[in-house]
Design a protein around this ligand. Structure first.
Ligand code: AMP
Ligand code: MG
Length: 340
């Protein structure tokens, strides 16, 4: 790996985790593996450390961060007025890719919440992530460890490609098993609201939250001047540099459409790949959105290595985990959706 200034923590796990914890306690910023995507962690109690995270990523100041804890008991040190249903959700889905937005506890740095009086919190299922949080002894704010706007990082190589020279260290772990960011649900007001879909699906959440509302920004571009519940959903996001279009339609129509285009690539399903003339990247089978999610960001990063003018991504169904993949893709495409 060709790196410049990053401290790469790999090898002896206990030593590596102890070193990461020490850097975090000193106010440093460290990229860490989680089951969703790699995160860029800093103490959620330290405004100066949080400022470094925003600067390293080039993240807009009004986009709040998620706080990560290693034990369900730590929830009370992050949030106030925790409703009973949040405790139920935590017992059912933690550790795992579910983030709950609750009332912020005063001790959490204001910059974590971008000035809001709410805070997003989750307990990851990745043991690596929990070991690092526990070793730091702190709640850790950790947005995705990429340059803001680019596809999220699901391998240590992705992090190094984006953040070499901008962070204190990276802990190299396994590639991320989920591959897209956590589900975000707002619980501080009624009715509960799904702000971002993820591997804990809307259908699963509805079992405990029968009045769950899906925020309109999940599937559409937020209207200008409308209040937005989740600032992160405002932006073009997750995007390759190559001009990207999301294409909805049956396989035969998608194949004919892509075959009629010049100087392009296709990000497609496995069973249509051999009918496509252009360069293609297969991101999985249409009927397995969990694999589509796992491969999504690597596929979007690979697009920029192809030297084509544009890329047409075949859209998944918007059900279950497919909704999370679709949500990332409309943003990667800057909301350019072609319906065949
Ligand atoms: P990322 O850090 O890239 O995983 O993005 C975090 C997501 O959580 C963004 O979409 C944020 O807008 C959202 N988020 C974090 N904190 C809050 C909050 N207090 N209220 C609403 N959304 C939040
Ligand atoms: Mg992100």
């Amino acid at each position: 790996m060709n790196t410049e200034k990053i401290d790469i923590i790999s090898g002896d796990w206990a030593q590596g985790v102890a070193r990461a914890g020490e850097i975090l306690r000193r106010g440093g910023i460290v990229a860490i593996p989680t089951e969703t995507v790699y995160g860029l962690a800093a103490s959620a109690l330290d405004d100066e450390a949080i400022k470094k995270v925003f600067a390293a990523k080039g993240r807009p100041q009004n986009n709040p961060l998620i706080v990560h804890i290693s034990d369900i008991k730590e929830l009370e040190s992050v949030a106030d007025d925790i409703p009973e249903v949040a405790k139920k959700l935590a017992r059912r889905f933690w550790p795992g890719p579910l983030t709950m937005v609750l009332k912020r506890k005063e001790t959490i740095a204001k910059s974590v919440s971008a000035g809001l009086d709410t805070v997003a919190v989750r307990m990851p299922s990745s043991k690596a992530a929990r070991d690092i949080i526990a070793s730091s002894g702190l709640p850790l704010a950790a947005p995705s460890a990429n340059i803001s706007g680019s596809p999220s990082p699901t391998t240590a190589e992705h992090v190094i490609a984006d953040l070499d020279g901008r962070v204190d260290a990276i802990v190299c772990g396994e590639d991320c098993t989920v591959g897209v960011e956590s589900t975000v649900v707002a619980l501080f007001s009624s009715p509960p609201r799904l702000l971002r879909p993820g591997a804990v699906t809307a259908e699963e959440l509805s079992e405990l939250l029968p009045d769950l509302v899906i925020d309109s920004a999940v599937l559409r571009e937020p209207q200008k001047d409308m209040p937005v519940a989740s600032p992160g959903m405002l932006y073009k996001h997750y995007a390759p540099k190559t001009e990207t279009f999301l294409v909805e339609g049956e396989s035969d129509n998608y194949v004919s459409f892509v075959n009629s285009k010049e100087n392009c690539a296709a990000v497609c399903f496995s069973d249509e790949a051999n009918k496509i003339n252009a360069t293609k990247i297969v991101y999985g089978k249409k009927d397995n959105p969990y694999i589509l999610a796992k491969n999504l960001f690597s596929a979007l990063r690979q697009v920029d290595t192809l030297g084509v003018h544009s890329v047409y991504v075949h859209a998944p169904d918007k059900k279950g985990m497919g909704l999370a993949v679709y949500n990332r893709l409309i943003r990667a495409a800057g909301f350019k959706v072609i319906k065949l």
